[in-house]
Write a protein that binds this ligand. Structure first.
Ligand SMILES: C[S@@+](CC[C@H](N)C(=O)[O-])C[C@H]1O[C@@H](n2cnc3c(N)ncnc32)[C@H](O)[C@@H]1O
Length: 243
C-alpha cells in the first residue's frame, strides 16, 4: 500500500480533508472576494468540497485538480448530486503537470496541499501565474507553534515553517498577508479523529487483508505523533494573500 492508498482509507468519511470547517472555508471565500462568475482554480482539491461550497455560496465557476482517482470520483459524484457539475470542472492529474491558462483566474487556492508544488513559496509562485493582476490567493498550511519543537518530530516535518517565515515567503513573492483564518484545537481533533475512524473501520472490515499490519502500524504511529507532538507544536491556518 502506498501513501495514496492509506490516505484514501483514512479520509473516506470526510468531505473537508483538512483541519477546518465549512464556515471557515466560506469565510475564506468572502476574503478572496468571490462573487457570481468569479473563476477559481484549486490545486490539490481533494473531494472538491471547498469549490462546491463556494459555488453554492457565491456562484463561482472553477477548476479543481487532484492526483487521486478516488477523490476525483467522489468529487464528481458530489458535484452531480449538488447540481454543480456545470460550474466546476475536475482534472485528475498531478497539479504541477496541469497547464492552466495564465492570468485567467480571480482566485487561486491550495488548501493543505502545498507539497504538490514542493513547498509554500513554490506554491505561491505557481498560483500567482494563474491569477490576474488583482487576483487573490488562499493557502491552507501547517506552522510551528513553538521554537522548541522536539528534534525527533521536527525531522519528520521538514516542510513546516513558523508563521514569520511564511509571512516572509509571501512578501518575497510580492503579496501581502491580508487575513489569517486559524484552525482551533477542536478542528485538529475532528480532522485527526476522522482519520483514525476511517482507518479503524477499514481494519474492522478487512480482518484478513495482506496489508492489515501496515494499516494498523500507520494508525498507531499517526495517533502517537498527534498526542505526543502535533497537538502541542503544530498549528494550521488558511492565509488570504492580496497583491
Ligand atoms: C490534505 S488533502 C487536502 C484536500 C483539499 N484541499 C481539502 O481541503 O479538502 C491533500 C490533497 O492533495 C492531493 N495531492 C497529493 N499529491 C498531489 C499532486 N501531486 N497533485 C495534485 N494533488 C495532489 C491529495 O490527493 C489530497 O486530495
Amino acid at each position: 500500500m502506498d501513501f495514496f492508498d492509506l490516505m484514501n482509507i483514512s479520509h473516506r468519511y470526510m468531505e473537508i480533508l483538512n483541519p477546518s470547517t465549512s464556515e471557515k472555508i466560506i469565510q475564506l471565500g468572502k476574503l478572496l472576494k468571490l462573487k457570481k462568475g468569479s473563476r477559481v482554480i484549486d490545486f490539490g482539491c481533494g473531494c472538491a468540497e471547498s469549490l462546491a461550497l463556494w459555488a453554492e455560496e457565491f456562484g463561482i465557476t472553477g477548476i479543481g485538480i487532484d492526483i487521486s482517482g478516488d477523490f476525483c470520483d467522489r468529487a464528481r459524484d458530489k458535484l452531480v448530486k449538488r447540481g454543480l457539475s456545470g460550474q466546476i470542472e475536475l482534472v485528475c492529474s498531478p497539479a504541477a503537470d496541469y497547464v492552466f491558462e495564465e492570468g485567467a483566474f480571480d482566485a487561486a487556492t491550495c488548501i493543505g496541499a502545498t507539497f504538490v508544488f514542493g513547498g509554500f513559496q513554490q506554491t505561491i509562485q505557481a498560483m500567482k501565474r494563474a491569477v490576474h493582476q488583482n487576483g487573490r490567493l488562499g493557502i491552507g498550511e501547517t506552522h510551528w507553534l513553538s521554537s522548541q519543537v522536539p528534534p525527533e518530530y521536527a525531522q519528520k516535518q521538514t516542510t513546516t515553517h513558523t508563521e514569520p517565515e511564511l509571512a516572509q515567503f509571501i512578501r518575497n513573492e510580492g503579496f501581502e498577508l491580508e487575513y489569517i483564518i486559524r484552525s482551533s484545537r477542536d478542528d485538529w481533533d475532528r480532522y485527526i479523529s476522522d482519520n483514525w475512524y476511517g482507518l479503524l473501520r477499514w481494519l474492522e472490515e478487512n480482518p484478513n487483508h495482506p496489508d492489515r499490519e501496515q494499516v494498523f502500524k500507520h494508525f498507531r504511529t499517526d495517533q502517537d505523533d498527534y498526542l505526543q507532538f502535533q497537538s502541542q507544536y503544530m498549528g494550521w491556518a488558511m492565509y488570504c494573500l492580496s497583491s
